[in-house]
Design a protein around this ligand. Structure first.
Ligand SMILES: [Zn+2]
Length: 188
C-alpha cells in the first residue's frame, strides 16, 4: 500500500520545514508553521517510496498568474483556469519526464475564489490573508531516477526560486533550485 506512507512522510517533512523555511511572512500577521508566502518563491515537498513519487507544490498565485484575488475579468478567469490546467500536466512540472508517469494531479487555488474565506474549510489554512496561492499535489512513478529537472520556472518565469525538501526511504535533503539550475539531485 504505497499511498499509506504519504500522510506520514508529509507530516515528517512539514515538521522539518521551519529550520529551512524563510521567516519573511511575519508582515502578513500570521505565524502559522508552514506559511512562508513569499513572492518569487515556490516550495515543493517531495517524497519517494520505491518508485512512487509524491509531490506537493505551493506557490503564491502572483508567481503563476500575476494576481492573488478572485478573478475579476473574463481574462483573469481564463488565466486562472488555464494555469490550473497547465499545472496538472507532467511537462509543466518536469523538463524531461522520460522515466516518469503521472498518475494523479490535484490543483487547488486557495484564496482565489469569489467567497473570501471558503478556503478555511478545505485545510488550506496556510494561505496568507489576501494572498491567493496555488497548491498542487502529484503522484508519479519514476524508474531508477537520481535527478529531476524541473520545468516550473521556465513555464512560470516569476518563480525565481524553487525550494525543494525531499525525502526517500533512506535519505532526505533540501535544495534551492533556480532558473539557471533547475536540477534536483537526490540519493535514494
Ligand atoms: Zn502574496
Amino acid at each position: 500500500m504505497k499511498t499509506l506512507i504519504f500522510p506520514w512522510a508529509m507530516s515528517a517533512l512539514l515538521v522539518a520545514w521551519p529550520a529551512a523555511a524563510h521567516d519573511k511572512h511575519d508582515h502578513h500577521g500570521n505565524s502559522q508553521r508552514h506559511n512562508a508566502h513569499e513572492h518569487g518563491i515556490a516550495r515543493l515537498n517531495l517524497v519517494m517510496h520505491d518508485d512512487t513519487l509524491m509531490l506537493e507544490l505551493q506557490s503564491p498565485a502572483a508567481n503563476i498568474v500575476g494576481f492573488e484575488h478572485a478573478p475579476q475579468t473574463a481574462e483573469q478567469k481564463q488565466q486562472l483556469a488555464q494555469a490550473q490546467q497547465q499545472l496538472a500536466l507532467l511537462p509543466t512540472l518536469l523538463k524531461s519526464p522520460h522515466r516518469c508517469q503521472l498518475h494523479h494531479a490535484d490543483v487547488r487555488t486557495p484564496g482565489m475564489s469569489p467567497q473570501p474565506d471558503d478556503h478555511h474549510h478545505h485545510g488550506d489554512s496556510s494561505t496568507a490573508e489576501g494572498h491567493g496561492e496555488f497548491h498542487a499535489d502529484y503522484v508519479l512513478s519514476c524508474e531508477a531516477i537520481e535527478l529531476l529537472t524541473f520545468n516550473l520556472m521556465a513555464m512560470f518565469p516569476a518563480i525565481q526560486q524553487l525550494e525543494v525538501q525531499w525525502i526517500t526511504d533512506k535519505h532526505q535533503g533540501y535544495q534551492r533550485l533556480t532558473p539557471a539550475q533547475p536540477q534536483l539531485r537526490f540519493t535514494r
